[in-house]
Design a protein around this ligand. Structure first.
Ligand SMILES: CC(C)(COP(=O)(O)OP(=O)(O)OC[C@H]1O[C@@H](n2cnc3c(N)ncnc32)[C@H](O)[C@@H]1O)[C@@H](O)C(=O)NCCC(=O)NCCS
Ligand SMILES: Nc1ncnc2c1ncn2[C@@H]1O[C@H](COP(=O)(O)OP(=O)(O)OP(=O)(O)O)[C@@H](O)[C@H]1O
Length: 199
């Protein structure tokens, strides 16, 4: 029986860092962010819909979507963000479920669904258990600004576009406190996977 682990958190809380730990343990990860890049590639249905909704101005020289520009548009305008979500999310959900089915058919011991907006998109039914990567907002802000070279204002717009991380804690089955070192988070992950009989 494959254990389906929903992995979530907030932007820059450390999901990809923890996801890499799963991959090191040879536990397959289905990455919603990666899929959301694939479904908007040139020629895909979502690509055409995005261009017709947001205009040619977001197409870069190579024909692909200028993600930085689209991000700057949607994180300061909730309606535009919902409009983009309505275009992209259905295709992402469909592909995630396809890959999840393949992992179960493959009799994997566990499979991870790395979904940043798991709670916001009400996708808890996709997983058997939900693992939250938690970080205090001040550290989240600092890490996001450093990683994406964002101003404090732009970083806060992204953080505020999601459910507050503190509100996600009681909704999760387990929490990794990622305020400390990466190795401390790795130790917490392994302890949790032993409890879930995955390790
Ligand atoms: C806005 C876009 C173009 C920005 O691209 P960029 O490469 O800069 O960021 P990336 O896709 O790696 O996302 C980074 C993080 O931003 C946050 N984020 C992304 N989209 C959203 C959204 N619609 N609402 C809230 N947070 C979001 C998530 O925490 C995500 O992990 C891109 O994020 C996008 O297409 N978003 C819409 C699809 C989506 O919701 N993806 C996230 C979950 S599947
Ligand atoms: N415990 C940690 N200590 C120091 N830096 C960390 C730690 N965990 C993550 N980071 C760094 O913080 C940044 C955000 O981490 P990461 O990219 O894993 O977050 P994320 O939740 O996947 O973000 P996103 O929502 O954008 O997908 C990265 O630069 C990462 O290297």
């Amino acid at each position: 029986m494959t254990l389906v682990i929903g992995l979530t958190g907030g932007i820059a809380s450390g999901k990809s860092t923890v996801s890499a730990m799963f991959q090191k343990l040879e536990i397959p990860v289905i990455d919603a962010d990666l899929i959301s890049r694939e479904v908007v590639e040139i020629g895909k249905p979502a690509y055409e819909q995005i261009i017709s909704s947001f205009g040619d101005g977001i197409i870069q020289r190579d024909g692909s979507i200028n993600r930085e520009l689209l991000g700057s548009i949607i994180f300061k305008d909730e309606n535009k963000r919902l409009q983009l979500n309505q275009i992209v999310h259905p295709a992402v959900r469909e592909e995630m479920l396809r890959q999840k089915g393949a992992a179960i058919k493959n009799k994997e011991a566990a499979v991870v669904l790395d979904i940043p907006l798991l709670f916001e998109s009400k996708l808890t039914s996709f997983a058997d258990v939900i693992l939250l990567v938690y970080v205090d907002e001040a550290i989240q802000l600092k890490r996001l600004m450093n990683r994406n070279h964002l101003s404090k204002e732009d970083a806060l717009l992204r953080i505020k576009s999601q459910m507050p991380l503190k509100e996600k804690v009681p909704l999760a089955d387990a929490v990794i406190d990622n305020n400390g070192t990466i190795s401390s988070s790795e130790k917490q992950l392994k302890e949790q996977l032993i409890k879930w009989n995955v390790l």
